[in-house]
Design a protein around this ligand. Structure first.
Ligand code: COA
Length: 169
């Protein structure tokens, strides 16, 4: 399913279904490589596309991909696994737009919390998550194998109550 997006990322379409992933793979991998020290491969994306609980949503315009977010939704939780905006489209609200849509979906499905891991050195990501009210829930020691950095676990409580624990922490 692909639908037009309104609001902050008006003009983009939201792509949620990927029977044609191969046609977009190079674009996704280009953004991925420009965004992460340990980029996902095409087959990592395909694995997620084929996983029942996983969602890959992208903002596209004229067959070009400009941003994407990959998340699992299961039980009462959303876990964000991947989130990136094309370097030339950053700081234009696309990240906010995708996160808002995930949060709205979570709220609509009765999800209680959204959680993710982020590098302590990733100022842009920390800033956007704090803007949405994500809280620092703790660390995963040596989570990033390229730098041995710890991951900060962040969680957003969608119930109005404090999130006390997150899966796997
Ligand atoms: C993190 C990321 C997805 C943000 O996407 P974006 O579309 O540029 O973000 P937005 O334009 O919606 O910005 C929203 C807010 O995020 C924060 N932010 C974004 N980029 C920032 C930067 N370079 N420095 C500091 N804060 C930043 C700001 O709070 C910003 O609000 P403001 O513009 O009013 O100050 C993008 O920087 C990215 O793709 N980074 C590389 C991949 C990555 O680190 N993903 C997250 C993994 S946990």
């Amino acid at each position: 399913m692909t639908g037009m997006v309104t609001g902050v990322c008006k003009g983009y379409s939201l792509k949620k279904e990927w029977p044609d992933f191969k046609a977009y793979e190079d674009q996704v991998i280009e953004i991925e490589r420009a965004s992460f020290p340990m980029p996902w491969s095409g087959s990592s994306f395909e694995e997620e596309i084929n996983r029942d609980i996983s969602n890959l949503w992208a903002l596209i315009s004229e067959q070009r991909i400009y941003a994407y977010i990959c998340f699992w939704m299961f039980d009462k939780e959303i876990h964000i696994l991947n989130f990136a905006v094309h370097p030339q489209k950053r700081r234009q609200g696309l990240g906010i737009c995708l996160l808002m849509m995930v949060i709205d979906t979570g709220t609509a499905h009765g999800i209680e919390n959204i959680w993710l891991e982020v590098r302590p050195t990733n100022g842009a990501a920390l800033s956007i998550y704090k803007k949405f009210g994500f809280n620092d829930m703790g660390r995963r020691k040596g989570y990033y194998s390229d730098s041995q950095e710890d991951a900060i676990i962040m969680a957003l409580d969608l119930t109005g109550n404090t999130v006390l624990s997150v899966s796997g922490s």
